[in-house]
Design a protein around this ligand. Structure first.
Ligand code: ADP
Ligand code: ZN
Length: 294
């Protein structure tokens, strides 16, 4: 039995089981400080072991920035996050205080990417991206079947894209960059620019043409940079009907005929996740699976 922990800014979802199709239990815990949240999480895991069977490995897919290098002395440590109580918190060390089990920690988006690869929309491809367009924007994925890591991990939400200030005078909402991709196209950017939550803006609202433009610019940059076989677009903002179709169309337009395969394959290239709200926690389960090397 494995445990998967998906740690988000508002809640922590924890599942135990063999795989997404064979789960024994799950819980959702509000994210407060580590001192308040961790004991609740560990108590849940211990109770599951009492009821079911011993846990063999634990996977954590967490908000970043995060040290995701297993050979680093600070593996599992949270970096400079606006969630101040979590700065410097170390997932591996915290879990090892309760369990001497293999622990695998990665970003929430790499976790979701792994979940989609094992059980969802990215099965049978080796180089792909998982991008979430939610309150913020983040991206992870695999290159040649390996989760993307580097000096730290990708921060695809913060790429710089062209910003036409005449068309869009909103300066952007990223506290670091202002008008980076997240600053211009996240759910929070939409809310600040239009004074309304994204889900309340009708499909005919000009917000969506702009959103399509920014996300298509980002996608064509990712396509030119990494040559992914698939781009899985998740997160709350992608629930907007028509957004996916608009992005596909604009990506083809911005390609301008350069990559010959793109127009024909666009519907297979850019897709929605299959695991939906389960992607993160199933991804964490996938990380646990890796930790136990099963
Ligand atoms: P988070 O990024 O906070 O983990 P989500 O991925 O659910 O959470 O994204 C939340 C964002 O998605 C919010 O900015 C919200 O306004 C937006 N959102 C939620 N539902 C919709 C919808 N149906 N259409 C467009 N935007 C949506
Ligand atoms: Zn930024």
């Amino acid at each position: 039995m494995l445990a998967g922990i998906e740690a988000g800014g508002t809640k922590i979802i924890c599942v135990v089981g063999y795989n997404p199709y064979h789960l024994f239990a799950q819980t959702s815990i509000p994210t407060r400080s580590p001192a308040e949240t961790l004991p609740e999480l560990i108590a849940f895991l211990k109770a599951c072991e009492q009821r079911f069977e011993p846990i063999e490995a634990i996977g954590v897919a967490a908000f970043g920035p995060l040290d995701v290098n297993p050979s680093s002395s600070t593996y599992g440590e949270v970096g400079l996050t606006p969630k101040l109580a979590w700065q410097g918190f170390n997932w591996v060390q915290a879990i090892h205080q309760a369990y001497s089990l293999p622990v695998c920690v990665d970003t929430d988006v790499n976790g979701a990417a792994l979940g989609e690869w094992q059980w969802g929309a990215a099965q049978s491809v080796e180089t792909f991206l998982y991008i979430t367009v939610g309150t913020g924007i983040g991206g992870g994925g695999m290159i040649n079947g390996e989760l993307m890591h580097g000096r730290l991990h990708p921060e695809m939400g913060h790429i710089r894209i062209p910003h036409d200030r005449q068309r869009d005078p909103f300066p952007g909402c990223c506290p670091y960059h202002g008008n980076c991709l997240e600053g211009l196209a996240s759910g929070e950017a939409i809310r600040q620019r239009w004074g309304e939550k994204a889900q309340n803006l009708p499909p005919s609202h000009p917000a969506w043409e702009l959103e399509v433009h920014y996300l298509a610019l980002a996608m064509i940059n990712f396509i030119f940079t990494l040559s992914p076989q698939r781009l899985v677009l998740g997160g709350g903002v992608m629930k907007q009907s028509g957004l996916l179709a608009g992005i596909r169309q604009k990506v083809v337009e911005y390609n301008a005929g350069y990559l010959p395969y793109l127009a024909e394959e666009i519907d297979r290239l850019i897709v929605l996740p299959k695991l939906g709200d389960l992607a993160g926690s199933c991804g964490a389960l996938g990380l646990a699976c890796r930790a136990s090397a099963c």
